[in-house]
Design a protein around this ligand. Structure first.
Ligand code: CA2
Length: 147
């Protein structure tokens, strides 16, 4: 089983600012943890980060027929991007949306998610551990549904 883990704009800056919201660990630590969590489940994983909407759309399209599951934190594009939603729908790969912070308790604009219209589950407010929860849950979802 292979997962693609996508992180959107500014997540490469984790740990540098706003530790009260996103914690004090950096993006390299998040990647190492995701690799560990996937390895523990016997899942091959590819990590990808981009600050550009079209590049994320291209990456999702390239995953068609090559990847079994997608874990995505679209960051700010969560709240604006119909293009990322449409790309996920186009490739029809089982997907979990993750947010480090509890977006439902933040500004009104963060409470809108286009990606949620497609994602099988949204995990928020669990910090980095939310990616681990997403990886384990998505494996079970794919296995149980024969996806
Ligand atoms: O809680 C999340 O994971 C978010 O997806 C993170 C995004 C934000 O736009 C979403 O509303 C919620 C922000 C990503 C990174 O932002 C940073 C800000 C300052 C310093 C480092 C990263």
């Amino acid at each position: 089983m292979k997962f693609l883990i996508i992180n959107g704009p500014n997540l490469n800056m984790l740990g540098l600012r706003e530790p009260g919201i996103y914690g004090d660990r950096n993006y390299a630590t998040l990647c190492a943890l995701c690799e560990e969590w996937c390895a523990a489940e016997g899942i091959e994983c590819e990590l990808f980060q981009s600050n550009h909407e079209g590049v994320i759309v291209d990456k999702i399209q390239e995953a068609y027929d090559k990847v079994d599951g997608i874990v995505i934190n679209p960051a700010a594009y969560t709240h604006t991007s119909v293009a990322i939603l449409d790309a996920l729908k186009a490739v029809a790969i089982p997907t979990v949306e993750v947010h480090i912070s509890k977006v439902s308790e933040r500004e009104a604009f963060r409470q809108v998610s286009f990606v949620s219209y497609y994602a099988a589950r949204t995990i928020q407010g669990m910090g980095f551990e939310g990616y681990g929860e997403a990886i384990r849950w998505l494996k079970g979802y794919i296995t149980d549904s024969g996806n």
